[in-house]
Design a protein around this ligand. Structure first.
Ligand SMILES: NC(=O)c1ccc[n+]([C@@H]2O[C@H](COP(=O)([O-])OP(=O)(O)OC[C@H]3O[C@@H](n4cnc5c(N)ncnc54)[C@H](O)[C@@H]3O)[C@@H](O)[C@H]2O)c1
Length: 440
């Protein structure tokens, strides 16, 4: 099938490459000419396990290409994916300008029936807006004869395992009332739907809300556990024991119930906010979502508060080794990462940061390259040198079994703050390390 993907970000690039891998003929289009140029030279702009060979192989095979030529891209595809960003607007609602700009481009250049697939995370009602936009442009062009469907097909990939999530999706949500559009979607996704039926077809609005409900539920689990962690600290309990205790109940399960330094990334924070705004806009008070967001904002300051308390508020000119900058392991994405809240608070207090991340160093340089109080270190060991304490913010595998004697030897004082509860309390105490974690 000939496929066009608008937006070459985490979603568009991975989805485009995966669709090419199963044999579709995919053109990815972006307005960022530099990104497109670099992709055409073989530079993959994001880190995702397995993505680089997938893109390179399919590019070489001629099934995947990158362009800024919107007219040619629209002419190429039988289906047109919209996979552009939906960042928060000033008031937290989803900014739809990029999505609607793509709808405009498609309508300007289409010359045959099109299935427009909304993959971006968008508020309920957006498919109607996209449809209306296309209709208006076609009317202006005098091409009201052209027909089209707008389908909601939200993306559920997880950064850090995006390729395998797209290759083996848990479910494929398709929102449409059109039998023809459903058939197109079945043909498009047939290679991913062989093992068992994964496609859940529903009306458009339900599909749009499904995406927000999924992220809302996951964020709620995290904020709930962080709330229990705060209670644990005050009541003398250990959240890790509590986690295991409740995870053993199959109705609860072990997944996604880790306490920590708060959720970040490009999805949860903005999607929770956007859903709150949607609810507010129709006069409904989303009490749970507001509490989830408030708990998370507070949780993102927990590491700083522990550090500040340990050093009696005297952080000026102290140096902190930070392990982990990305918002979670296996990605270079630092959007809304807890590490940023921590580093910015440390700088505000006059402290310095010596940071290491396995994949996010370039991104950190892009975001904070002009920050004098930040040293980006080539290894996790280099970050320790002369630091007053080590702070672990992201649970990358390489941080999980460090040489504690070495850490002790390199730090000025043997203090470890752990935002991910990676280590055993007694073991670290036995090694003479002051160990602060979350909820224990
Ligand atoms: N990142 C994730 O893990 C994830 C997961 C599920 C859903 N989503 C949703 O998918 C959408 C895309 O997210 P992302 O993380 O891939 O975004 P991103 O910011 O990484 O990429 C968006 C891309 O769209 C391009 N773009 C903007 N306007 C364009 C236009 N008019 N034509 C062509 N390209 C244009 C940008 O230049 C950019 O390269 C968002 O709505 C997001 O909420 C993201």
């Amino acid at each position: 099938m000939k496929v066009t993907v608008f937006g070459i970000g985490y979603v568009g690039l991975v989805q485009g490459a995966v669709l090419a891998e199963v044999g579709h003929d995919v053109v990815c289009v972006d307005i960022d000419a530099e990104k497109v140029d670099r992709l055409n030279q073989g530079h993959i702009p994001i880190y995702e396990p397995g993505l680089t060979p997938l893109v390179k192989d399919n590019y070489a095979a001629g099934r995947l290409s990158f362009t800024t030529d919107v007219a040619a891209a629209v002419k190429h595809g039988e289906v047109q994916f919209i996979a552009v960003g939906t960042p928060p607007d000033d008031d937290g609602s989803a900014d739809l300008q990029y999505v609607l700009a793509v709808a405009d481009s498609i309508a300007l250049h289409m010359d045959k029936h099109q299935t427009v697939i909304d993959k971006s995370t968008v508020p309920v009602g957006t498919a109607d807006l996209v449809s209306e936009k296309i209709k208006n442009v076609l009317t202006r062009r005098g091409r009201s004869d052209l027909t089209y469907d707008v389908v909601s097909n939200p993306e559920f990939l997880k950064e850090g395992s995006a390729v395998s999530d797209c290759m083996k999706p848990d479910r494929i949500i398709v929102g449409t009332n059109s039998k023809d559009a459903e058939d197109v979607m079945r043909e498009l996704y047939a290679p991913f739907n062989r093992n068992h039926e994964k496609m859940i077809v529903m009306d458009v609005r339900s599909a749009e809300l499904t995406k927000y409900a999924a992220n809302g539920m996951l964020a709620t689990k995290i904020s709930f556990m962080n709330e229990m962690a705060n209670l644990s600290e005050r009541l003398g309990a250990d959240i890790e024991m509590v986690r295991q205790g409740i995870g053993s109940d199959p109705r609860i399960g072990y997944d996604f119930i880790y306490a920590g330094a708060g959720y970040g990334g490009s999805c949860f924070p903005k999607d929770i906010q956007a859903l709150i705004r949607t609810a507010d806009s129709i006069g409904f008070d989303p009490k749970i979502l507001k509490a989830v967001e408030a708990r998370n904002n507070e949780q993102k300051t927990t590491l700083f508060r522990k550090i500040d308390q340990h050093f009696d508020g005297k952080l000026k000119d102290k140096a902190f080794a930070i392990w982990g900058l990305s918002f979670k392991p296996n990605t270079n994405d630092m959007r809304d990462a807890p590490s940023r809240v921590l580093m910015e608070a440390l700088w505000e207090a006059g402290a310095k940061v010596q940071a290491y991340d396995p994949e996010a160093m370039e991104e950190a340089q892009r975001l904070y390259g002009d920050q004098d109080a930040l040293a980006l270190c080539g290894t996790k060991e280099a970050a320790l040198k002369g630091a007053d304490a080590l702070v672990i913010v992201t649970d990358w595998q390489v941080f999980k079994a460090p040489d504690f004697d070495y850490i002790k030897q390199k730090l000025k004082s043997p203090v470890v703050f752990d935002g991910r509860n990676l280590f055993d309390l007694k073991r670290l105490a036995k090694r003479g390390i002051f160990y602060y974690s979350v909820g224990r």
